[in-house]
Design a protein around this ligand. Structure first.
Ligand code: DGJ
Length: 365
């Protein structure tokens, strides 16, 4: 390691990679494999244009979590304008997990088709033989077509007449009374459930799960993945129906499942939320805002999550119950300048707490 190597996390400040360039991996997720961490995220470009995908998914590697080596573009957008992942599509919140049975690295991300806003609401999958890629794009789809969630109620299964009423209706992605009353789950039963903000989680027994904002962002869905991790097994639950959560991030600590999420206010920050469950299938209990303290750089505290929005919870290798909460500071006017807030999580009296730190290191765990 060079003398200038970093030995601390410094939230919401420029975070240079090995080439002294601010890390470009927004909405990211981190894979630990064979002694190295791999940080995958949205590669953004300058200006508002950077809110669409012009390049693809960027990957960095690190041994210590402070110093990151630029490993290039893991998944490239396509030059073919008819491709799902054409330049100017929306590729958000990529997450990679390793499947020991198939020996493939599997990337999932939120995909929106070029020129179609956020209407497609698809999950997309790509695979590679190496953690850093290149990843081969496989397909995109809505999840769990033809399957009801484990916790469906008879009232959720509305009749055709009710469905016809909302057939061509457009819903927004933030809280609205119209969405509150509409049978979105039943509407999407046949062709699959919407999948926007998403994350992946691999449990101790090797089972993997996809967690996403579904039903026009009004309800989170947790789906078990198939054995090869390339699709959903069809087993899923709805959690916090019509509570409008997005940006889900999940971890397991002290034998429980912990969730951090946000409200749905586009790129603008809002207050973070948290929840706990004994089983991934629930019941999930809301715990409130886990954040404390003020980000001195923008003077924002818990009511606006330090100006950030959750994207991932990283378990630190080799330390028990040591988890890092990762937030993005979105800068939609100049997307490439978006910042990162990494903070340690403490689990206290059945609560999850995240306290602002100007600087910190892994010795806190
Ligand atoms: C909030 C989401 O969390 C982001 O990933 C992104 O989809 C923006 N909305 C777009 O407005």
């Amino acid at each position: 390691m060079s003398e200038s190597a970093r030995t601390q996390f410094i939230p919401d400040r420029n975070w240079p990679d090995d080439k002294e360039v601010h890390i470009n991996a927004h909405g990211g997720g981190i894979l630990f494999h064979n002694g190295s961490y791999y940080w995958f995220g949205e590669h953004k470009i300058e200006g508002k244009a950077g809110n669409l995908a012009h390049v693809g998914v960027h990957v960095y590697s690190s041994k210590d979590l402070y110093n990151w080596k630029d490993e290039g573009i893991a998944l490239k957008v396509s030059d073919d304008p008819t491709s799902d992942i054409a330049k100017e599509s929306v590729i958000e919140r990529p997450k990679v997990i390793y499947n020991p049975k198939t020996k493939k690295f599997v990337m999932w991300f939120h995909l929106e088709l070029k020129g179609k806003g956020y209407d497609a609401a698809r999950a997309a999958v790509a695979i590679s033989d190496k953690p850093t890629g290149p990843y081969e794009y496989l397909r995109s789809f809505r999840l769990n077509a033809g399957h009801w969630p484990l916790n469906v109620t008879e009232a959720d299964k509305v009749n055709q007449e009710e469905l016809d009423k909302i057939k061509s209706k457009k819903f927004g992605g933030s809280p609205s009374s119209e969405t509150m009353q509409a049978p979105i789950l039943a509407r999407d039963f046949q062709n699959g459930q919407m999948s926007r903000d998403m994350t992946l989680f691999v449990d101790e027994d090797g089972k993997a799960y996809h967690i996403c904002a579904s039903e026009e962002n009004s309800t989170l869905h947790i789906s078990e993945l198939s054995e090869d991790f390339l699709s959903s097994s069809g087993k899923y639950v709805r959690i916090f129906p019509r509570r409008w959560n997005e940006a889900p991030a999940i971890c397991k600590a002290h034998g429980k499942y912990w969730l951090i999420s946000s409200d749905c206010t586009g790129w603008a920050p809002n207050a973070a939320r948290s929840a706990v469950a004994e089983s991934i299938w629930g019941p999930w209990k809301e715990l409130g805002n886990p954040c404390e303290g003020i980000n001195p750089h923008n003077k924002l505290g818990p009511e606006l999550t330090y100006g950030g929005q959750s994207t991932y919870i990283l378990p630190v290798n080799g330390k028990k119950n040591a988890c890092i909460a990762i937030f993005d500071i979105w800068r939609p006017e100049d997307a490439i300048t978006g910042g990162y807030v990494w903070l340690p999580i403490s689990f206290e009296d059945d609560k999850i707490k995240i306290k602002w730190q100007d600087k910190w290191d892994l010795s806190v765990f």
